[in-house]
Design a binder for this molecule. Structure first.
Ligand code: SAH
Length: 362
């Protein structure tokens, strides 16, 4: 690795920011050596805040019915080859309770933008989960909704919201989405959610069609400025029934590199090693952890519908029961020296205080 790359990594570790040109340079000039150094620095940055703990989120995919037509997504409205489903509120609450018993203290409800889930129905589900799962964070990932809707859901007890911005560049957004979907509207949702008081998760796909290193530099700048509480990044994986079926998937290598950069830009960020990363490489989630991630999101959806929530091809874990998913990840993490904990897994905002606390506990 040349001196220039070394200096950029040093500065990123110390200053948690670079210029746009420097971000791009660090990404474009990457080598196995720079990836290794970045990963080492990312793990060092995570250590005083989260140690070797891994937070889990139990993901319930509540509906694959969607009014949107995102060009990359397997459950887009135009895909006639999907068998559509929607879970009954009682089933969703039962899945959450099962998750609670298995040790999950964060439940994520994710789905397509399905109008069945009105504010009234969704608020009812959220409050039932809050009432029956003590000390559990209810997270929603149900797409774009009005500010008033986000407010009602927050009052009902949802405290976190995951809404990937998908790309920090308007022109790029417009190439990934049909006319009528707006980058500004999506970004506004993130700001609304934050103002209402949610812990907010943003994110993007690595290797999305038409993505350039300049776009990725903008992603890094976005993380630096918005400082999302959580940042979900995973490789784009083509789905055979979408317009992007012939585009190549994102790589493990670049995803891990960006995970490390994001950890260094915003050390307390909650960073999942995603299912998509586990899909493109059998040890993808382990490698994500070793690059600086600290969250995994096992599937809690009923096995009967797993196959139908197919955002991309070859998605893993479609046959495993919830308990198997959790214990499989527990074993995988233990094998690399990490420990899955029973914890809400809130963001720890003050690195310094937490490093002191962790030292005292030992
Ligand atoms: N309707 C919700 C949930 C979307 S699915 C919302 O709008 O937020 C969750 C995420 O899966 C998306 O934000 C997208 O980044 C990712 N995703 C969709 N299709 C994908 C694909 N083909 N490859 C990888 N990730 C994909």
């Amino acid at each position: 690795m040349n001196d220039r790359m070394q200096r950029l990594i040093d500065r990123l570790s110390q200053e948690h920011a670079l210029s746009l040109g420097e971000y791009e340079e660090l990404i474009a000039g990457r080598t196995p050596e720079s990836a290794e150094l970045l990963a080492q620095r990312a793990v060092e940055a995570r250590e005083p805040i989260y140690g070797k703990t891994v937070f889990t989120r139990g993901l319930i995919e509540i509906s694959n019915i969607c009014k949107n037509d995102c060009l990359y997504c397997g459950i887009r409205r135009s895909n006639r080859n999907v068998e559509r489903y929607r879970l009954e509120p009682d089933v969703i609450v039962a899945c959450a309770q099962e998750g609670y018993e298995l040790g999950f203290r964060t439940i994520v409800l994710q789905g397509g933008e399905d109008s069945f889930f009105s504010d009234e129905i969704l608020c009812g589900i959220v409050s039932r989960i809050v009432a029956s799962c003590p000390d559990t964070a209810v997270t929603l990932s149900m797409g774009e909704r009005s500010r008033a809707s986000y407010e009602l859901l927050h009052e009902a007890g949802a405290t976190r919201y995951l809404l990937r911005h998908e790309t920090a560049t308007r022109e790029h957004y417009e190439r990934l989405h049909p006319k009528g979907m707006s980058w500004d509207a999506r970004m506004q949702c993130l700001y609304n959610l934050r103002e209402i008081g949610y812990q907010v998760g943003a994110g993007f796909m690595v290797g999305a069609p038409f993505q350039t290193n300049a776009h990725l530099a903008q992603e890094m700048r976005f993380v630096e400025e918005f400082k999302p509480d959580m940042c979900g990044i995973g490789p784009f994986i083509p789905h055979h029934d979408t317009p992007f079926k012939d585009h190549p998937a994102g790589t493990l290598e670049l995803t891990c590199y960006l995970l490390s950069m994001i950890r260094l830009i915003h050390p307390p960020v909650l960073l999942p090693a995603t299912t998509a990363l586990g899909t493109i490489d059998a040890r993808g989630r382990e490698k994500g952890m070793q690059a600086g991630a600290n969250v995994v999101m096992p599937n809690l959806s009923p096995v009967t519908v797993r196959r139908q929530y197919e955002l991309y091809d070859n998605k893993i874990c479609i046959g495993d029961e919830a308990a198997q998913c959790r214990s499989c990840l527990q074993i995988r993490m233990r094998n690399i020296g990490y420990e899955v904990v029973i914890d809400r897994g809130d963001i720890r905002k003050t690195a310094h205080t937490n490093s002191v606390r962790l030292c005292h506990q030992e």
